[in-house]
Design a protein around this ligand. Structure first.
Ligand code: GLN
Ligand code: ZN
Length: 761
């Protein structure tokens, strides 16, 4: 009999219970016991949903209070020195200190946060040194296994695999290989696996998504060494090495030959090449295959007949007795349940599958394999109808935007003048001091703002009253920025719930959920829009607020837009046409907005592209093509501005060094980049490559509540000036400030302006 399983499930809670519990705990309003209670309830609920849907092997320890990479840091005892850990079990507060930084006497900056593969999830980066020792320092996986078993859950404990965990780390010094620590790490994993086996696990899943990236022969040798080491420890349990996010390429023969019991492969569209690998190299006899036929990365209904055909095609090599029907990756990246959505256009609802629906798809496919298609005839018929309705719907096509794209002139993505001439005009127009100070756009989204927005959404606050409220907020932050002496001001984005959603809501072709939350990092969630049809802009989106803000000050106020690539990468995107096509449609909408802001007299327009880098395909061979159209889309949007209007862009959470030429090709007049957490190597690249435009490397980290003082900020700025010429440098924080509290933001900005003054002098 084939088994139904998934690699992981969302964990923020169906109504984001975990978010509230965490934030309550951090604010000192909830006890640790209350937090643990909420967490346990979410786990119970998740497991019950999966069992009710017919999942045979239910992932356990995929849950996390913050991040599973961080949990693994705790598990193996890799707590960085600055947190003053003296061994022993890693407790809650130490865990959160690593994630968020700590205050008071033990003040220490947070660990680095970065993107998980090509998703919009962020993990905490292990900080490693060649001397790193590892000891088992957390009971979490064992406790959660025991908890699940008490509840009768057919538990499949999940760990991040040792290869992936190490390869995602950061080694100091850089020239030491991360995998040099493998031998030191393996005993802890061996111990953990032995304990899970002793705890009654039938299957243990080790996640190795790092195998979906280009891997060297040395990496693959390390994979073999690692998994050979577990053969004994696993005892009676079976090991499943689970990959995700695409095909495993050159790692396939290694993976297939491991002394483990099963391997999990992405067989969705993006991992389809795994099928060729199986065909080419065969599939080992006796090995189980977790066949990820249901796409865990998007929200579109699976074409069940096609998936069944795919699974049947595999059966020659993988008999049903060794088949698991699964999703292509953890369902962490999709919302919980489409049935809770009441306001989606009725026609598109059947096109959509969130986590709950994907469980049903997996279970239905498993039944089709085990009991024959007749047993699931009803489900298959409903599925066929949904697939056909999506394919033929006029909601998908807007002839006008298709025509406009087809007719675009070849130089549509070029600004009217080269940078040198633009910058001369901009200098004259803006008349800024050296080392100009600015921020990235948002100011704290206070309780007051959120309350007003919900009241407006609920109709309790009239549109006029809400507008007046927002104007008050904007006037207030403009006045504060003037008082602090910032040079280029922002309106603070109080009208925006989210930097992508805000635009999507005003564009055609997008749908929105009320409860479609997906975890971004820690307690932070986003509600990605769903792009189901052609994109157009029916009316200006931001001009009104930019104009109002500018009317309150003589200083330049930035128009603030989210770039096309970020809108694309942070949405669930239709998969019936190339992503590049959808992105060009969005670029045209932003271009029109740029032109309207420019015409309204806005002298600086920031087009944020924090997600440009994260759309980068994982495999080198696919990257140039993506970068080509991504850069083109940004330029298409930016070229809506006249030469004397300054285009800024902002990027964060990324390693930019490797895409430096593409960043330069954006041709933005000023680049504001996250920097505070990543050290001077990033800037070295800009210097050695000879970047000639404005650049603002963030002088402080906005992901931590710490308020940096003037000497610290002046030091950061001086460090930047040892690498970059002063006439190019801007002074700004790492990212937007909306998640911070006012009492953290205003003193920090005051110190920043003061530091800039000091260094200027
Ligand atoms: N302008 C946005 C803000 O300040 C940028 C956010 C981001 O880069 N993630 O909030
Ligand atoms: Zn940012």
């Amino acid at each position: 009999m084939a088994l139904a399983t998934i690699p992981g499930y969302p964990r923020i809670g169906k109504r984001r219970e975990l978010k509230r519990a965490l934030e309550g705990y951090w604010a000192g309003k909830r006890s640790a016991a209350e937090l643990e209670e909420v967490a346990a309830a979410i786990r119970r609920d998740n497991w019950a949903s999966q069992m009710a849907a017919g999942i045979d092997l239910v992932p356990v320890n995929d849950f996390s209070l913050y991040d599973t990479m961080l949990d693994t840091i705790a598990l193996v005892g890799a707590v960085p020195e600055r947190f003053g850990w003296d061994g022993g079990p890693v407790g809650l507060d130490l865990l959160f200190a690593m994630a968020r930084g700590s205050l008071g006497e033990t003040s220490a900056p947070a660990m680095d946060l970065t993107k998980w593969f090509d998703t919009n999830y962020h993990y905490l980066v292990p900080e490693l040194t060649p001397e790193q020792r590892f000891t088992l320092s957390s009971e979490k996986p064992f406790a959660e296994l025991a908890e699940a078993r008490v509840q009768g859950v057919p538990a499949k404990p999940v760990l991040i695999g040792p290869i992936t965990w190490l390869l995602l780390g950061k080694m100091t010094p850089h020239d030491v290989e991360l995998l040099a620590l493998l031998d030191a790490l393996l005993p802890v994993y061996t111990e953990a696996i032995a304990r899970l086996a002793a705890g009654g696990a039938e299957w243990i899943e080790l996640d190795e998504p790092a195998l979906a990236l280009d891997r060297t022969p040395d990496d693959l040798a390390a994979v073999r060494r690692a998994y050979a080491a577990f053969a004994e420890a696993k005892g009676g349990a079976k090991l499943l090495v689970q990959t995700a996010y695409g095909h495993v390429g050159e790692a396939y023969p290694t993976l297939a030959a491991l002394p483990v019991d099963g391997i999990g492969l992405d067989l969705s569209r993006r991992g389809r090449k795994n099928l060729d690998l199986i065909a080419e190299h065969g599939f080992p006899e006796g090995m189980w295959l977790a066949a990820g036929v249901v796409d865990g990365r998007n929200v579109w209904t699976n074409e069940l007949a096609a998936s069944l055909e795919l699974l049947r095609g595999l059966q020659e090599r993988v008999p049903a007795e060794r088949l698991m029907v699964s999703t292509s990756c953890s369902l962490l990246h999709v919302p919980y349940d489409v049935r809770t959505e009441k306001d989606l256009p009725a026609e598109i609802v059947p096109w959509l599958a969130f986590a709950e629906q994907k469980l049903a798809e997996v279970a239905t496919l498993t039944r089709a394999i085990n009991e024959g298609e007749a047993a699931v005839a009803e489900e298959f018929a409903a599925n066929r109808a949904a697939i056909d309705s999506a394919a033929s719907s006029p909601l998908r096509r807007n002839p006008a935007v298709r025509q406009r794209l087809a007719d675009l002139p070849a130089d549509a993505d070029r600004r009217a003048l080269p940078y040198a001439e633009r910058s001369a005009r901009q200098r004259e127009r803006l008349a800024l001091p050296p080392l100009p100070t600015t921020t990235i756009g948002s100011f704290p989204q206070t309780g007051e703002i959120r309350t007003a927005r919900s009241a407006a959404d609920a109709g309790a606050l009239s549109p006029e009253a809400y507008e007046r409220f927002l104007e008050g907020q904007i006037a207030d932050v403009i006045a504060r920025q003037e008082a602090l002496g910032l040079d280029v001001l922002v309106h603070g984005e109080p009208e925006r719930n989210d930097m992508v959603q805000y635009f999507g809501e005003q564009l055609d072709g997008f749908a929105f959920t009320h409860n479609g939350w997906v975890q971004s990092y820690g307690s932070r969630c986003v509600r990605p829009p769903i792009i189901y049809g052609d994109v157009t802009r029916p009316h200006p989106m931001t001009v009104r607020w930019a104009r109002f803000a500018q009317s309150r000050t003589e200083k330049p106020v930035k128009g603030m837009l989210t770039g096309p690539v970020t809108i694309l990468n942070w949405s669930f995107v239709r998969d019936d046409q190339p992503r590049a096509t959808t992105c060009r449609q969005i670029a045209l909408a932003i271009r029109d907005e740029v032109a309207d802001l420019d015409a309204a007299g806005i002298a600086v327009i920031q087009i944020d592209e924090p997600a440009l880098r994260e759309g980068l395909p994982l495999r080198f061979a696919d990257q140039a093509e993506y970068l080509r159209w991504a850069v083109e889309c940004f330029r298409l949007a930016a070229a809506g501005a006249r030469p004397e209007t300054q285009i800024q862009t902002h990027m964060c959470y990324s390693e930019f060094g490797e895409i430096f030429p593409d960043i330069a090709a954006l041709d933005a007049d000023v680049l504001l980049i996250e920097h505070a957490r990543s050290g001077e190597e990033l800037l070295e690249v800009f210097r050695t490559e000879g970047y000639d435009k404005g650049i603002g490397p963030g002088v402080y980290d906005v992901h931590s509540p710490r308020v940096p003082d003037v000497p610290e900020l002046a030091g950061a700025l001086r460090a930047i000036l040892t690498v970059l010429p002063a006439d190019q440098v801007w002074v700004n924080p790492d990212c937007g400030l909306k998640t911070r509290k006012p009492e953290e933001v205003w003193p920090a900005l005051e110190h920043m302006v003061e530091a800039a003054r000091e260094v200027r002098e």
